[in-house]
Design a binder for this molecule. Structure first.
Ligand SMILES: CCCCCCCCCCCCCCCCCC(=O)SCCNC(=O)CCNC(=O)[C@H](O)C(C)(C)COP(=O)(O)OP(=O)(O)OC[C@H]1O[C@@H](n2cnc3c(N)ncnc32)[C@H](O)[C@@H]1OP(=O)(O)O
Ligand SMILES: Cc1cc2nc3c(=O)[nH]c(=O)nc-3n(C[C@H](O)[C@H](O)[C@H](O)COP(=O)(O)OP(=O)(O)OC[C@H]3O[C@@H](n4cnc5c(N)ncnc54)[C@H](O)[C@@H]3O)c2cc1C
Length: 664
């Protein structure tokens, strides 16, 4: 169809009307901050070295043309998305010298975000689970070969555990690995349709190897799920005889990843392909059990820890976008004026808007920071296990990683949705980045352990502690010491300005303790008339509530403790208010638990509510600077709404220009 002027011409006419330079509102916000941004950023990232590394990695990526996107990824179809991600992955791993590849918590995820964006891709499982599985589960004397092959990409692997019929319940996986002592091989087989592997990332097209979880049978006996290194494709990348493999189709998000299915037909692998660091099958078929039954699940524990940090950063990025946008957006209708006649206001000035934004911003800080010390805990535990077969800390680490994974992924997904809503219509556009962020984050509620299933693992740990405390002989892990403290009758919380950190912690601990023991009592009462598993099922909603509260208490305590380490007084003051807002918001949301039995009085509850309103007002002038303290570049953010310069409207027009529908 002929037109007088193309959409592109019209666009350029608009664009010329728009002035260069940062949006004046956002500049004003920055100038009004009560703290020094650099000091705050150093606190957020622990030290200036980490901050400097962020900048160096950004500059490296920006200066390499192979990381450019000729077409904006939002406008690609699935094949093109996979091609793009694969091209980027190759460029990424060809330049690994740019980062410390062992830094899985900071440098590696940042590098990946800058090069590819928020996507699980064809190498996510290779780096995220296959390499860690080799590291954690291969005997020291044998590790070099497979590790070097995997590290150099001579082999590309995935982690194939979930099946069509079973994902959470690992004990019921159906794929079998039957040892044949005559040929010294394992026979890997898919005995039923529901035993087909389903979901592994990178399996559909990319991987040629997999760490496969299968039920081990040796000398005619079942020994439970074990891991095996299995080659799937030949040198020409065709599936090997006995292997059927393919892509499972499009999903809610992460569509650049070729999640796949896998069926084995009596497929043989050498005996040494069993990962034998902890459990073994000797040549004659003798089985040697591991020092701890659950060591085989170690790679999952590590990835849960990685996810906690990764997901929290998504919430941080979402808060940055929504806060910056709220600073440059004015409400367009007359009713929007707070004081009639004084003109339009920034939407950031609405108290309801602050209530949508600032608790999410607060939520994004504690878990990201704690993960730095969790990283050292996990290293410590791994060392203990490797050196002394000391398993004492394993249950604590399992409970903690499962609980944090469940609570944080849920809060991140909910938070991103709340922040999307706070941006009105533009939040619904993919240009905002919210849809991709949400699709990425919500996947984390399911993979690496479905959240309810994970909470129930925490509850197992808590019920065991409660039983020990009641028996008067507790051996308490550090994270559970508070469970043995004496009962508290009344809450200590008061006005946000006067109540101390100790008061807040006292109340959180007391409420969580009550919840744990109330659940424990209900469970033990039910167990008198029901089978144990039936009683557990009947109690499971309360068990999840107690587990959630335990994790939230942990997060509140750690946020407050971390704020105390901030050396810059101005930054500490703002962060302290943010930490209190975080705690008060949790109390307000969980009011039922706090007010039960009159623990928190109505007067105190009102003070909590009022405190929230006052803290929102107190943080408001610093909100853009607090968003900036995440030190996220535009390349990392990938959001038109969250641009650092605040020039949202021309950027939206420019982004829309790339729609293929505007090309003819
Ligand atoms: C440049 C490079 C760039 C690199 C960037 C890097 C960034 C990476 C980012 C990450 C990307 C990765 C993406 C990942 C994608 C998803 C992958 C998957 O989903 S994969 C698939 C993920 N799939 C899943 O996650 C499946 C989830 N399901 C499970 O994990 C298990 O079935 C279960 C835990 C639920 C039950 O276990 P089960 O044994 O069946 O049953 P019981 O309940 O009877 O428990 C008995 C006892 O065992 C105990 N215990 C249990 N586990 C552990 C442990 N780990 N430890 C210690 N203890 C443990 C438990 O406490 C209990 O103790 P007690 O009370 O008796 O004392
Ligand atoms: C994006 C994505 C990527 C993935 N990547 C991989 C991968 O690379 N490799 C891999 O092996 N897997 C992968 N998975 C699979 C993932 O690990 C599983 O989906 C997950 O572990 C949940 O298992 P399920 O799907 O069987 O859910 P189910 O266990 O069937 O859960 C369904 C419902 O049942 C409930 N439920 C289940 N068990 C219990 C219980 N004991 N008590 C109470 N409620 C229960 C759950 O809470 C949930 O509400 C991926 C999944 C996704 C979404």
């Amino acid at each position: 169809m002929e037109r007088d002027s193309s959409p592109s011409d019209q666009f350029h006419r608009y664009k010329n009307l728009i002035q260069n330079g940062d949006n004046p509102d956002i500049t004003k916000e920055r100038q009004g901050a009560s703290f020094n941004l650099y000091n705050m950023q150093c606190f957020v990232y622990e030290n200036d070295h980490k901050l400097q590394r962020r900048q160096e990695i950004l500059e490296f990526v920006e200066s390499h043309r192979e990381f450019d996107d000729p077409v904006h990824p939002h406008f690609l179809n699935r094949d093109e998305q996979i091609d793009r991600a694969t091209r980027k992955c190759l460029a990424m791993v060809d330049n690994l010298d740019a980062i410390d590849v062992t830094d899985y918590f900071d440098e590696a995820p940042l590098y990946q975000l800058l090069t590819i964006g928020r996507e699980l891709h064809c190498l996510s499982l290779h780096y995220g689970m296959f390499l860690p599985t080799i590291q954690v589960h291969t005997e020291k004397s044998l590790i070099l070969g497979p590790f070097q092959m995997a590290a150099s990409k001579a082999i590309l692997g995935t982690f194939a555990q979930t099946e069509l019929g079973h994902g959470s319940n690992l004990s019921k996986l159906e794929t079998t690995a039957t040892y044949d002592a005559t040929t010294k091989e394992f026979v890997i087989h898919t005995p039923t349709m529901s035993a087909g592997k389903w979901w592994p990332g990178g399996l559909g097209k990319s991987a040629n190897y997999a760490a496969v979880m299968a039920q081990l049978y040796t000398s005619g006996e079942s020994k439970g799920p074990h891991l095996f290194m299995v080659q799937l494709r030949d040198n020409a990348h065709a599936p090997l005889p006995g292997v059927t493999v393919g892509d499972i189709g499009p999903k809610l998000g992460n569509n650049a990843n070729d999640n796949g299915f896998l069926i084995f037909d009596h497929y043989r692998i050498p005996r040494r392909n069993m990962f034998m660091k902890y459990s073994k099958v000797e040549a004659d078929g003798t089985y040697i059990p591991p020092p701890h039954a659950k060591l085989g699940f170690g790679a999952m524990v590590l990835v849960r820890l990685l996810m906690i940090r990764d997901q929290t950063c998504q919430l941080g990025a979402a808060a940055v976008i929504a806060i910056r946008y709220s600073a440059v957006r004015h409400s367009a209708v007359r009713q929007g004026e707070i004081n009639e006649g004084e003109g339009e206001v920034q939407i950031l000035d609405y108290r309801t808007q602050q209530y949508r934004l600032l608790p999410q911003l607060a939520r994004s800080f504690p878990s990201s920071q704690r993960m730095r010390s969790r990283n050292s805990t996990s290293k410590y535990v791994t060392k203990q296990i490797n050196n002394n077969a000391n398993m004492e800390l394993l249950p604590e680490l399992h409970a903690l990683s499962s609980g944090l994974k469940a609570v944080i992924t849920w809060e991140v997904a909910q938070g991103i949705e709340q922040l999307r809503l706070s941006c009105g219509g533009h939040g619904y556009s993919r240009a905002s980045a919210f849809p991709d962020m949400y699709a990425y984050a919500v996947g984390g509620c399911t993979y690496e352990g479905e959240n309810i299933v994970m909470l129930l693992q925490v509850a197992r740990f808590l019920m065991m502690i409660a039983k020990e405390v009641r028996s008067g002989n507790p051996k308490l892990a550090e994270i559970a010491e508070y469970i043995a403290k004496p009962d508290a009758v009344t809450a200590r919380i008061s006005s946000w300005k006067t109540c101390s950190d100790e008061d807040i912690i006292h109340d959180f601990e007391a409420v969580t303790r009550k919840l744990i023991f109330a659940t424990f009592d209900r469970l033990t009462t039910l167990e008198r008339t029901m089978k144990k598993k039936e009683a557990w099922n009947a109690c499971s909603i309360d068990l999840c509530k107690a587990a959630r509260m335990h994790v939230k208490t942990y997060l509140v305590k750690n946020f407050l403790a971390r704020v105390r380490t901030c050396e810059d007084p101005a930054s500490r003051t703002v962060m302290h208010t943010l930490a209190k807002l975080y705690a008060f918001d949790l109390i307000s949301g969980g009011g039922g638990h706090f007010m039960k039995g009159g623990f928190l009085s109505e007067k105190q509850f009102n003070e909590v509510q009022l405190g929230i309103y006052e803290m929102l007002a107190a943080i408001r002038p610093d909100s853009v600077a607090l968003a900036d303290s995440w030190a996220i570049s535009d390349l990392e953010l990938r959001s038109v709404l969250g641009r650092r310069d605040g020039n949202v409207y021309p950027a939206l027009l420019e982004w829309a220009q790339q729609s293929p529908l505007n090309q003819n």
